[in-house]
Ligand binder design. Structure first.
Ligand code: AMP
Length: 292
């Protein structure tokens, strides 16, 4: 396998994408397709699933690795976020050939400090994750917009683990007419059910066991879905009971097309969302359920 080519500057990655396109398109070949996989690094199997999808749908794949300060509320959380670029690049090189990695510095992305112009996700961006992390999604949508303008992808790949983020990005693309298709990829889990996350490496062994309460709660909700929304919520709540290390932030069931909570009469697909603090580490998870 060839190691990915790493670019740290906007001009550098634009030139790489331009010349990779030109190389493919020589001799009248159809337009090359470019995929972007935005990440904050500390890569794991969840991210690799996105890269795999990107390779299926595009000729050129750019993986961005940028811990975006604009989407962090607390400085301590930003500082504690793992940064492992060398091993990320190595991991990417072991699973795919010919990738480009765009790993800019904060200075490169925000040369004048935080930008005065932001992309706002509106009311849905203030709910759930956005309620606990004020301004988080505006930071996400702003950096994703910048990455879209920098890389110019035809398709961008996001994980369903961050369901609210994927919802808001898809809506932004429609609202602001980005000529980009959004692909989403199913949640990748550990064998015992814990959703893969860069934050999992912060969990101590007791916390790692306690963290399983999140996926257990989602499973409990899914298996009680036939009895309705209220029963599903109650089942999830009882799966969390007695978990001393787990402090629930929110547990909700939403309509995936509007991201607003559904009532007990809801029929069809719905999404169970959960977020909790596990010994100081914030974890999120979700599962799709079907109500008959
Ligand atoms: P992050 O590096 O945490 O910002 O995540 C980058 C992308 O990877 C986002 O689109 C996430 O939704 C996705 N992702 C993270 N963890 C997983 C997972 N366990 N399964 C699927 N996608 C994931």
């Amino acid at each position: 396998m060839t190691q990915p080519i790493v670019e740290h500057t906007i001009a550098g990655i634009r030139e790489r994408v331009r010349s990779a396109r030109a190389e493919i398109e020589t001799g009248g070949a159809p337009r090359a397709r470019v995929a972007l996989v935005p990440t904050m690094g500390a890569l794991h199997a969840g991210h690799l699933a996105l890269v795999e999808r990107a390779r299926e749908v595009a000729d050129i794949v750019v993986v961005s690795v940028f811990v975006n300060p604009l989407q962090f509320g607390e400085k301590a959380d930003l500082e504690a976020y793992p940064r492992t670029l060398d091993s990320d690049v190595e991991l990417l090189g072991s699973v795919a050939d010919g990738l480009f990695v765009f790993a800019p510095s904060g200075e490169e992305m925000y040369p004048n400090g935080f930008p005065a112009t932001r992309v706002s996700g509106g009311a849905i961006a203030d709910r759930f994750e956005g309620r606990s992390r004020r301004g988080h999604f505006d930071g996400v949508l702003t950096v994703v917009s910048k990455l879209f303008h920098i890389v110019g992808p035809d398709v961008a790949v996001f994980g369903r683990k961050d369901a609210q983020q994927a919802f808001l990005v898809e809506r932004m693309v429609r609202d602001l007419d980005f000529p980009i298709t959004i692909e989403t990829v199913e949640i990748v889990r550990e064998d015992d059910g814990l959703a893969r996350s860069s934050r999992n490496r912060r969990l101590g062994s007791g916390e790692r066991i306690a963290a399983l309460a999140l996926s257990r709660a989602l499973e409990a909700a899914a298996s009680s879905a036939d009895a309705g929304i209220d029963a599903a919520i109650a089942a999830a709540q009882s799966a969390l009971m007695g978990e001393r290390l787990v402090t629930l932030d929110y547990l909700a069931i939403v309509d995936p097309t509007t991201f607003t909570p559904v009532d007990d009469g809801h029929r069809g697909r719905a999404l169970v969302l959960i977020a909790a603090d596990v010994g100081g580490t914030r974890l999120i998870d979700n599962e799709s359920i079907y109500l008959r």
